[in-house]
Design a protein around this ligand. Structure first.
Ligand SMILES: C[S@@+](CC[C@H](N)C(=O)[O-])C[C@H]1O[C@@H](n2cnc3c(N)ncnc32)[C@H](O)[C@@H]1O
Length: 246
């Protein structure tokens, strides 16, 4: 599995923007707008949808000078339907709307993910879709997440993604990447070129303790090679020291 990373993996976002020549970025779940602000530098238009009025007011006021970011307050599915009119030009969609503890919205609402995907594909099957928190969809998540997030299963997500024709959907790090079936070679090359950054994510079993302790182990390959070379390096150092003394 991959790493758990707050917000969009920017290297992936930049690759997709360039590779698929996308001018629009659409996000569900704004929170503190860090992903929307990042996207503002790479996309002509950014739409970000936030359910919590309090969060919306805070970020839209704070970043009102960022002209190409459209802050929208409302539930992701109804707001996406208004933005994504039929035939909307292919966009990069970052689906990340869910209750996230504290003052965030959506605590007592069903997970909007499947509805969001249906709306996106109805508008244009050429959209590029990124789904955050893939680890919670692929595996059985801890109890507090099952109880509070009401996430669909991987099979349900794949079925809906393929409902307008088969797509290529792959998990990389903590993201499900879904692209039209026609152009997958470059995506695979990108993923291979990135290596696999591994995080050990010790998820807290209790709500309110946020994400838990994360220990970065680093690139498996590099770490393994470094460890393998360590005894040789120590021995060389030792012999060099001995030679110096003698
Ligand atoms: C994980 S945070 C988003 C993080 C943000 N996308 C980023 O990359 O930095 C989830 C946000 O989704 C919002 N939210 C929850 N349910 C929602 C819904 N149905 N529609 C829109 N936003 C929703 C929450 O209020 C919260 O701010």
């Amino acid at each position: 599995m991959g790493s758990v990373y707050p917000g969009i993996p920017t290297v992936l976002g930049k690759f997709l923007q360039k590779e698929y020549d996308l001018s629009t970025f659409i996000e569900t779940g704004t929170w503190m707008a860090s992903t929307a602000l990042w996207a503002a530098s790479f996309f002509q238009e950014v739409y970000t949808i936030e359910l919590s009025e309090k969060i919306y007011k805070y970020v839209s006021d704070r970043y009102k000078r960022v002209e190409n970011v459209h802050f929208i307050c409302g539930a992701s599915s109804s707001e996406l339907s208004s933005i994504l009119v039929d035939g909307f030009r292919p966009a990069l969609l970052w689906l990340d709307a869910h209750w996230s503890d504290g003052d965030t919205g959506g605590e007592n609402m069903p997970c909007p993910l499947l509805d969001e995907i249906k709306i996106i594909l109805r508008s244009n099957p050429e959209h590029i879709i990124l789904i955050d928190d893939a680890r919670l969809i692929l595996v059985s998540p801890p109890k507090y997440i099952r109880e509070t997030h009401d996430l669909p299963s991987y099979v349900e997500v794949l079925n809906v993604l393929d409902s307008s024709g088969p797509r290529y959907t792959v998990m990389w790090r903590d993201v499900l990447i879904s692209v039209p079936n026609s152009r997958t070679d470059s995506l695979n090359s990108f993923i291979k070129a990135q290596g696999d950054l591994v995080f050990f994510n010790l998820l807290d079993p209790e709500p309110g303790s946020n994400i838990g302790i994360r220990a970065i182990i680093g690139y498996w390959g590099r770490a393994f090679r470094a460890l393998r070379c360590l005894p040789g390096a120590i021995s060389r150092k030792f012999h060099a020291g001995v030679r110096e003394i003698l």
